[in-house]
Design a protein. Structure first.
Length: 276
């Protein structure tokens, strides 16, 4: 039997050695390789996934000739072995969609690179701005001294103004307490102390009397409220208005004309209107 050694290099670069008769055919060699490597025969027969190579040339696995005849250029009298390499088929010249998909994948890679460059540039600019801000605002001794002096000024002014503000507060309270009665009386607050008559007979506290459309004062009968007297002394037409409202507009006009004649004629007229 004229045998040779066939050294098979599989996809994982592992070497397998088989012994086969030179008179066997190429399909026999193919079946032997498939048996040794445990590959489906259809993969090699249809050339869809892997292919047998010798000296970087594909082997025609369906050519029904002997191994001796097929490898006659390689085998010599002294040569007793051949190398067969199993290599996966590379995808090339595929459909248009695969080509477009490849282009898009390359574009995505470029976009990712551009985004990375943009991020690095923005981060570098932010870092430069942060360093400038830190040096000029935080680590700047002149700014520190200026802020310290400003703080001292604010604290000093607060300590100096505190007694003054407290004194102004006391004066404001005193003035408000003194003038509150005058201003309040002027706008309708009666300073006459309340007694039992106020709660039993005055219209202001009488629930049976509707004061929503009238001016009701806490005062006894035939007495002019203190607020009206103050208003009349300050400005006689105001006293007349407080007593009669807009319904006494004629009396208000007459009082205004008389008040323009050096005040006292208007005051006398207003008192006459109030007490009659």
């Amino acid at each position: 039997m004229d045998e040779i050694q066939v050294i098979i290099v599989d996809i994982g670069q592992k070497y397998r050695t088989i012994t086969i008769d030179k008179n066997n055919t190429i399909p026999d060699l193919t079946n032997k390789c498939v048996e040794i490597l445990n590959l489906p025969p259809k993969l090699i027969k249809d050339f869809k996934t892997v292919k047998l190579y010798h000296d970087f040339k594909p082997i025609d696995t369906e050519q029904n000739i002997t191994i001796k005849e097929y490898f006659k250029d390689t085998l010599s009298i002294k040569e007793k072995k051949i190398f067969i390499r199993i290599m996966p088929l590379l995808k090339g010249g595929g459909p248009l969609m695969e080509f477009i998909e490849t282009i898009f994948n390359i574009g995505e890679i470029f976009m990712f690179i551009l985004k990375g460059i943009d991020y690095v540039v923005k981060f570098a600019l932010w870092l430069i701005q942060f360093i400038i801000w830190f040096i000029s605002e935080v680590a700047n001794p002149f700014m520190f001294v200026s802020d310290f002096i400003s703080s001292i000024k604010v604290i000093s002014m607060s300590l100096v103004m505190a007694p003054i503000k407290f004194l102004m507060f006391i004066i404001k309270k005193m003035v408000n307490g003194i003038l509150e009665s005058v201003i309040g009386a002027f706008w309708g607050w009666d300073k006459v102390p309340r007694d039992g008559w106020d709660y039993h007979s005055a219209k202001y506290f009488n629930e049976n009397v509707d004061c929503r459309s009238k001016k009701c004062y806490v005062t006894k009968n035939n007495r002019i409220p203190f607020s009206i007297i103050i208003g009349t002394i300050i400005c006689p037409p105001i006293g007349v208005f407080m007593e009669y409202g807009f319904t006494g507009w004629i009396n208000i006009l007459v009082c205004i004309l008389l008040t323009t004649l050096y005040y006292f004629p208007g005051l006398i007229y207003a008192l006459m209107i109030l007490y009659t």
